[in-house]
Design a protein around this ligand. Structure first.
Ligand SMILES: [Zn+2]
Length: 402
């Protein structure tokens, strides 16, 4: 993760949405296809800029309607989780709004966020349901994700997070809710091809390791891959989850040495989401160095959600990773690109600038890649390219591409 393979005075040649060649500008100009088709080529002058693979944001919750401003203000005043819920905030308020929303309204919220993410250099987004918590509203959320994805040039990987929290109506019989996730949500999401992954919030006050095992079992029976939120509040022993080959385990603030050792031998990625720690005002962050030094692949994601991490910015997550988790700027880039792609099991097509991969690129108006994490709170992305299609915040490029 320290070695980014940086090329200077370089060029990337893309054709049909794929990267064809990467090398020096000279090589690109010598390419025989490029020579013959010179007039057809749209050239983007990136002189003095940094070109990266588009960010892969492998953990987001965009299927909601309102920001949670009550939570925000009450938490600043020092209110507890229960007091926030009593004041009309908390996850319950998001659930109510999603249950009452139409698919189109939800899809337009998601689409707006995908565009904001793209403006900061993100070209691939994993998007979870999880604020509906009934069969109908979880399927509605996944349909809204699909609708938004179709209207966006980037790539969206949909995840069913029916097991986000136990909804109020099942408070005293959570096992009944787990059965709904296993026997209704998973089969329907799978048969309608609405989700690629099943996710579970496995933690105190959410779902137990045994609940998670049952849900993973159901996912496997319907050929869906699995991932989980683990160790955000308390440690869960990973032995119950690892036999299901999760693509990623996310948060991981709390994990034992023995489990870190085991993870180093597997291809499960650990996805760290420091935006949540920042926004909750926590003093501690996940221990990235412990994973990195053990040889565990680490990805970074925004965890975009209304309660604990309302940010669309991968550069912000990277900056937090550098300053709060002591990841190097190079490690932060690798974690936000290729390792995010591994965390979604799409690294064959995404996450690096290599011939054969999708032409997903992000252009930054900085001279050195380290500046992307350094100028925190600023956006230096000037253009994003999805499968060879240019979307730009800088007019000159959109004029060139049209
Ligand atoms: Zn999350």
């Amino acid at each position: 993760m320290q070695e980014l393979g940086i090329l200077t005075n370089a060029a990337v040649l893309c054709l049909g949405g794929k990267i064809v060649s990467v090398g020096t500008s000279r090589d690109a100009l010598r390419d025989s296809w490029a020579k013959r088709n010179k007039k057809k080529i749209v050239e983007i002058d990136c002189a003095g800029k940094v070109v990266l693979p588009g960010f892969v944001d492998s953990h987001t919750h965009p299927a909601f309607i309102h920001p949670r401003l009550v939570d925000f203000e009450k938490r600043i005043e020092g209110a507890s989780y229960e007091q926030i819920a009593d004041a009309g905030g908390g996850i319950r308020s998001s659930v109510e709004a999603v249950r009452n929303a139409g698919t189109n309204a939800l899809a337009s919220k998601i689409h707006a966020v995908l565009r904001e993410m793209a403006a900061q250099g993100t070209t691939t987004v994993e998007a979870k349901s999880g604020y509906g918590l009934t069969l109908d509203s979880e399927l509605k959320s996944l349909k809204a994700i699909r609708q938004a994805a179709r209207a966006w040039p980037g790539t969206v990987v949909p995840t069913l997070l029916g097991a986000h929290v136990v909804p109020n109506e099942f408070k005293d019989c959570s096992q009944k809710y787990v059965q709904i996730v296993c026997n209704q949500m998973i089969p329907q999401a799978a048969s309608r091809k609405l989700a690629r992954f099943v996710d579970v919030f496995c933690d105190r006050a959410a779902f137990t390791a045994e609940d998670t095992r049952q849900i993973f079992e159901a996912a496997r029976a319907h050929a869906l891959e699995v991932r989980a939120h683990v160790g955000q509040l308390t440690e869960t022993k990973l032995e119950t989850l690892l036999p299901f080959h999760p693509a990623s385990l996310d948060h991981m603030d709390h994990v034992s040495d023995a489990d870190v050792k085991t993870l180093a031998k597997l291809d499960t990625v650990v996805t760290l989401v420091p935006g949540a720690n920042y926004f909750l005002g926590l003093e501690t962050y996940p221990n990235a160095r412990r994973f990195l030094e053990a040889g565990v692949p680490v990805a970074l994601a925004t965890d975009y959600n209304p309660g604990t991490s309302p940010t669309v910015s991968m550069p912000m997550a990277m900056s937090l990773a550098c300053t709060q988790m002591k990841m190097s700027p190079a490690e932060a880039i690798a974690a936000a690109t290729i390792n995010g792609a591994w965390a979604l099991r799409i690294a064959r097509h995404k996450g690096s600038i290599e011939p054969g991969k999708d032409a997903d690129l992000a252009l930054f108006d900085v001279k050195d890649y380290r500046e992307i994490s350094y100028w925190f709170g600023a956006n230096h992305c000037t253009a994003t390219i999805f499968n060879g299609i240019i979307v730009s915040s800088d007019r000159t490029f959109s004029e060139q591409s049209s």
